[in-house]
Design a protein around this ligand. Sequence first.
Ligand code: ZN
Length: 317
Amino acid sequence: MKKISKVLFAGLILLASCSKKDLTNNETENPIAGHRQCATMEVHNRMMAEDANYAKKHQEIEDFTNRVIESGNYRLVNGVIEIPIVYNVVYKTTAQNVSQAMLDAQTAVLNADFNATNSDLNKVPTLFQSSIGNVGIRFVQQAVVRKKTNKTSWSTNDAVKKSTQGGVNPTNPAEYLNIWVCNLGNGILGYAQFPGGAAATDGVVLLYSSLPGGSAAPYNKGRTATHEVGHYLNLRHIWGDATCGSDLVNDTPTHNTANYGCPTYPHYSTCSGNPVEMTMNYMDYTDDACMYMFTNGQKSRVLAVFAPGGPRSTMGD
Ligand SMILES: [Zn+2]
């Protein structure tokens, strides 16, 4: 019998506490305004509970990230890191078979948001302007894989990433960011796998209608991809998935919980110190039109995964 580690136990508790919240949204097929749903933590907690190796690796990556940030030993690169994207479009209907123009628009949104060239960056309030992080990652479409399926919708069980289950296997996840575009059920807009998980399931899954110009308003400006790629590059939700929790980043304010919709500025936290919450951060749960910044601290955390020995150091050479 395997010994249950502390981390595994913590994972089980998290899983148990999460399932309660999920139940309330199970009947919802489509995303609804004011209720952005990302399933990254649900998948993370499942992996922590089921896979002791992932739990161990996850802690190692956290320790590594802290060491890199402390020492400043980031990879020596001139300018930006370039990440090739493989889009895996798994569709049943014509609408789900998103056009090349929509994929191009999605890549453009990722490039704008990760290089602080998004046109709404000027909305960042004065209080947070010095915190704006230009992450400096360029995304380039490498390939598009399209596959027709009989499946009406997909869940967070990663079947969409497996050809044996009607999905598409990822292409070379050590070098490419795989993005699956499909009809996710239960009102979920997307989910990502944090660094440290199995290569076979590495990447990001997006609801097809969350792409720019899709039908999932107010989540149809491509920011679900920005948020999920943030997770893929080791960023946590800004409220730390707990009441006044930590996102492991120093320059983001402590949030009570997730913010939805488009909060009026300033929105004050009731956590210690009553800071103004950074509701416009991509790692909150606000509408696409109301999130438009990463911070310098988030940038440091992202760049650490590309440092020599880091979990994504094989990418972007
Ligand atoms: Zn998320």
